[in-house]
Design a binder for this molecule. Structure first.
Ligand code: EPZ
Length: 418
């Protein structure tokens, strides 16, 4: 397994280009199953999770070619099952449920099982399929979803679910009649999915708001689309600049999707400037503590919580970080403590008492965003940090060590003999 070796203390300086959003690319790749023909998708990030999804599409009968721009041919689907060994590696595999039910009226989806950050059930996805007229049979760890026909429905999500909203939109796109989703996820990635579906001939209004209206159409057609920029990657690089007291310009940063995170970062002393080259992020000499509570978009993103916790670990003062989306998204905290962070956890709230400096140490990545948190801590720490199990970070960040090194970080990937 590969690991990172980081010698901390370098201020990041320079420019970095933000890539396409993983969490938009995944549902959009799944949506290609809805229509035969060749789809063309630009600004596709080169990530492990994208590879996992393209393998899933090929497993179902698609042909996928290209790099950066992907061509997906979904002429004939010869399979309708998302097997356990694929779903267990990436929960987002459940995104093929809606498109399969819409296209071939049947899907056999492995129940995802738990993951590092929480139980993450798919009950709300299944409830949405039932509302649209599907029958659900749970057996042997799989959900069989069968619908002789899909009909428009009222779907209310008791909890905001991003991929649940995506699955409902994709199935409703070709249902008979109109579907209204309430308490829908408002994430920008949902808006990007709706743009792609409408380019395919769907009739979706209200994406990005809590009420989405989908007028079903008989048939969709292949489409071309450019994936929206990744707000979580941009937020992560903002915090890398902040934690190192650096001065970094982000090209293609979707600042409009990061208003809450940028407001919290300004409270810590970070300054932002919109320049002709992109969004300039200037880290403060001294970081001031600030409090955050994670919320569905446009609130503070749960996917930036671990990174912000690392930043607060060396802030002056005490901060309170409350995680409301997932029940176990503090796995980075014991690892940060190994580096000298002073953090206590009570239920969903972490209290971070800032320390002057973190000290480099061997630590272990546990999930995607926790690993990003450890990289940020290593960049700021005195001494050497070794991060093990960095396959987690490769799921959501393209060549992050190369891009950080180009900004002046002393970071390298080493392959440890098995
Ligand atoms: C999406 O996951 C993202 N993944 C996650 O990003 C992100 O953290 C999450 O939304 C929240 O913003 C993708 O888009 C591929 P949810 P998703 O359904 O859709 C509960 C990353 O780091 N819930 O919005 O799986 C669930 O347990 C990843 O890039 C149910 O109870 O999350 C959670 O507590 C991590 N039943 C809450 O809702 C359901 O049927 C929100 O989950 C569905 C969800």
């Amino acid at each position: 397994m590969d690991k990172f070796i980081i010698h901390g203390g370098k201020k990041l300086k320079g420019t970095v280009k933000i890539g396409g959003a993983k969490n938009a690319a995944l549902p959009i790749l799944a949506a290609t199953l809805l229509a035969p023909g060749t789809h063309r998708l630009h600004n596709m990030p080169r990530l492990r999770d994208i590879t996992t999804m393209t393998c899933m599409l090929e497993h179902l009968g698609c042909q996928v070619t290209g790099d950066g721009t992907l061509e997906v041919r979904a002429d004939h689907l010869n399979f309708d099952e998302a097997p356990y060994d694929m779903v267990k590696t990436m929960r987002a595999s459940v995104l093929v449920m809606g498109p399969l039910v819409a296209r071939v009226r049947h899907a056999r989806i492995s129940l995802p099982g738990g993951c590092a950050i929480g139980a993450r059930p798919i009950n709300l996805h299944l409830k949405a399929m039932q509302a649209l007229g599907a029958d659900i049979h749970l057996k042997e760890g799989y959900a069989e979803v069968v619908a002789s026909r899909l009909k428009g429905a009222e779907i209310h999500f008791d909890i905001v679910t991003v991929t649940g909203t995506a699955n409902a939109m994709m199935a409703a796109a070709v249902a008979d009649g109109t579907t209204v989703i309430t308490n829908a996820a408002c994430e920008p990635e949902i808006v990007d999915l709706a743009l792609f579906l409408n380019a395919m001939g769907a009739e979706i209004e209200g994406a990005g708001s809590e009420r989405v209206v989908i007028r079903g159409v008989p048939q969709l057609k292949p489409a071309e689309h450019t994936i929206v920029a990744d707000r979580i990657e941009a937020g992560t690089f903002m915090m890398a600049a902040a934690i190192t007291g650096g001065d970094v310009t982000l090209e293609n940063a979707p600042a409009e999707f990061l208003q809450t995170a940028m407001a919290r970062l300004e409270e810590t002393g970070v300054r932002f400037e919109h320049t002709e080259h992109g969004l300039r992020v200037i880290g403060p000499e001294t970081i001031t503590s600030a409090n955050v509570t994670t919320e569905p978009h446009p609130g503070f993103a749960t996917d930036l919580q671990a990174q912000f916790t690392a930043l607060m670990a060396i802030a002056r003062g005490t901060s309170s970080i409350t995680e409301t989306i997932f029940e176990n998204r503090f796995m980075h905290i014991p690892e940060l403590a190994r580096m000298g962070a002073d953090i206590s956890v009570d239920g969903g709230t972490a209290t971070v008492r800032g320390v002057d400096k973190l000290a480099g140490a061997p630590v272990m990545a546990t999930d995607l965003r926790a690993s990003a948190s450890l990289v940020l801590a290593g960049l700021a720490a005195e001494g050497t940090t070794e991060i093990d199990r960095i396959y987690h970070i490769d799921r959501g960040y393209e060549r992050i060590e190369e891009r950080l090194a180009a900004l002046g970080a002393d970071i390298q990937r080493v392959t440890r003999e098995p």
